[in-house]
Design a binder for this molecule. Structure first.
Ligand code: PRP
Length: 182
């Protein structure tokens, strides 16, 4: 039977390594956020798995929201234009937001979202990303919480996709080039 693992060149972060790092991040975030009743906003779709794990690793009194944006289309690099396809469902004025992302790449998405939430009256907007790829950055944006800094390789799994697939791999791996060049 064909298994998704066959398309993976190497594992960058195992399920156990991810879990360990998220526990550390959650503890750090708890220290910073315990008095703020933060609103965690997950950016769909890639961050859905990380969101589920980070909110359980950070036991603050909080609520959760989801926003969906599209910027990449079907391409593998960002067009720079960010559109909201599903907006959050509540008034965020005066709230401390923590935006949860799976990966920070060019910075286009988070640059846009940070401004968008500040315009809507958020008291603060911090950024929590599992992966950071600083080598690709074109916008001045720095995460407040980072899981791992990754090299410029095509990573999939743990929410990250290629052509909408591989999101359900429990680890983060590098895709074999022949998968995306064929
Ligand atoms: C990915 C990722 C971020 C964005 C980061 O989403 O989840 O939202 O790209 O890239 P940037 O820093 O260059 O803006 P994608 O558009 O692939 O959609 P997805 O979350 O549905 O996978």
């Amino acid at each position: 039977m064909e298994h998704m693992d066959q398309d993976i060149l190497k594992v960058l972060y195992s399920e156990q390594e991810i879990a360990r790092r998220i526990k550390e991040m959650g503890a750090q975030m708890f220290e910073d956020l315990q008095d703020k009743e933060p609103l965690f906003v997950s950016v769909l779709r890639g961050a859905f798995i990380f969101m589920a794990d980070i909110v359980r690793a950070c036991q603050v009194r909080c609520d959760v929201e989801f926003i969906a944006v599209s910027s990449y289309g079907n391409s593998t690099s960002s067009s720079g234009v960010v559109q909201i396809t599903h907006d959050i469902q509540q008034d965020i004025s005066g709230r401390h937001l923590v935006v949860i992302e799976d990966i920070l790449d060019s910075g286009n998405t988070l640059y846009f979202l940070k401004q968008y939430f500040m315009t809507k009256g958020a008291a603060s907007v911090s950024i929590c990303t599992l992966l950071d790829k600083p080598s690709r950055r074109t916008k001045l944006i720095t995460p407040d919480y980072t899981g791992f800094v990754v090299p410029d390789e095509f990573v999939v799994g743990y929410g990250l996709d290629y052509g909408q697939k591989y999101r359900n791999l429990p680890y983060i791996g590098v895709l074999k080039p022949e998968v995306y060049t064929k």
